[in-house]
Write a new protein. Structure first.
Length: 140
């Protein structure tokens, strides 16, 4: 038995509620029509429908999981690449309570890392950044 695309007129509020509650509206309408025309839908059809819904949800969760893992992997990689400049910047921050943009630029250049990414990393840590900070000779 083939499928036919049709158009229905439904109250707007009813349709909005259905959009939020029913994932596969075509299947839902088919099941309701079968139930109305031929009696209750078979248990097998209900199980197949539930499996289809759960499979769809599973695929969405798999995509979210992959994105989360990739984000964590990238974050770990960023943390490792900033390890060298952060050693010095940690000492400066510990002594001064802030770091200077000039210091970020200098240590990014010395350790060959992207200055903007290093600055974002520092901001993410919640550190105070000043436009300029002198390097105290005792801290080197």
């Amino acid at each position: 038995m083939g499928k036919k695309k049709i158009s229905l007129t439904i109250e707007e509020e009813l349709w909005d509620d259905a959009n939020h509650r029913i994932k596969n509206k075509s299947k839902f309408v088919e099941t309701a029509l079968r139930s109305y025309l031929y009696g209750d839908a078979s248990e097998e059809e209900e199980i197949v429908e539930e499996i289809e819904d759960l499979t769809s949800q599973l695929e969405i969760l798999k995509v979210k999981l992959c994105a989360l893992r990739e984000s964590r992997r990238k974050s770990l990689t960023d943390d490792e690449s900033f390890e060298a400049p952060m050693m010095t910047l940690n000492r400066l921050y510990g002594a001064l309570g802030y770091v200077g943009e000039n210091q970020i630029k200098k240590f990014a250049r010395i350790h060959n890392v992207d200055e903007r990414s290093l600055k974002k990393h520092i901001v993410k840590k919640g550190w105070k950044i000043m436009p300029f900070a002198e390097v105290n000779q005792n801290l080197k």
